[in-house]
Design a protein around this ligand. Structure first.
Ligand code: FES
Ligand code: FES
Length: 170
């Protein structure tokens, strides 16, 4: 029987495609991916969840931000295999029963986007912020979205939406 290579008792996988199991938006999902595939590519190309955007693909813009175990991460800089056993949340999982999440509703009400390309990442960063800081100040929101670039310059309304989402959060 061929021996499975291991390091410190953990089996090595690859270099060919590997099967991974993730929890995405509360659902158990699986995918067969190259070991070096990012979480962003896995979400968009293997799982059909295209709400998380790819802009820079190198960890500078934040358009790809998702939440992993309650922390916002750049999914373009995160390996999918590193998310096994963790809770991944994307923009697609926020609305419930046809009702927008309070942060989504606040973005609509505050007119906090123009082209909308940065918006999923901005919203996920603020959703993560509200879990740790339920009633954020303007400074808290600015800090939370400091890694999310908006080329349309919608920052004042994004900050207003974040503060107001804290007030209206269920
Ligand atoms: S696409 Fe991930 S940080 Fe820009
Ligand atoms: S709304 Fe266009 S990049 Fe932010």
């Amino acid at each position: 029987m061929p021996q499975v290579p291991s390091v410190n008792g953990a089996a090595l996988r690859g270099p060919g495609p590997i099967d991974i199991a993730l929890t995405v938006n509360g659902n158990a999902v699986s995918a067969r991916v190259p070991p070096r595939r990012t979480l962003l590519d896995t979400l968009r190309e293997s799982l059909g969840l295209t709400g998380s955007k790819r802009v820079c693909d190198e960890g500078t813009c934040g358009a790809c931000t998702v939440i992993v175990d309650d922390r916002p991460v750049y999914s373009c800089m995160t390996l999918a295999v590193a998310c096994e056993g963790k809770r991944v949340e994307t923009i697609e999982g926020l609305a419930k029963d046809g009702e927008l999440h309070p942060v989504q509703r606040a973005f609509v009400d505050a007119d906090a986007f123009q082209c909308g390309f940065c918006t999923p990442g901005q919203i996920m960063s603020i959703v993560a912020l509200l879990r740790a800081t339920p009633a954020p100040s303007e400074a808290d929101v600015r800090r939370a979205v400091a890694g999310n670039l908006c080329r349309c310059g919608a920052y004042p309304n994004i900050v207003a939406a974040g503060v107001s989402a804290g007030r209206r959060r269920k």
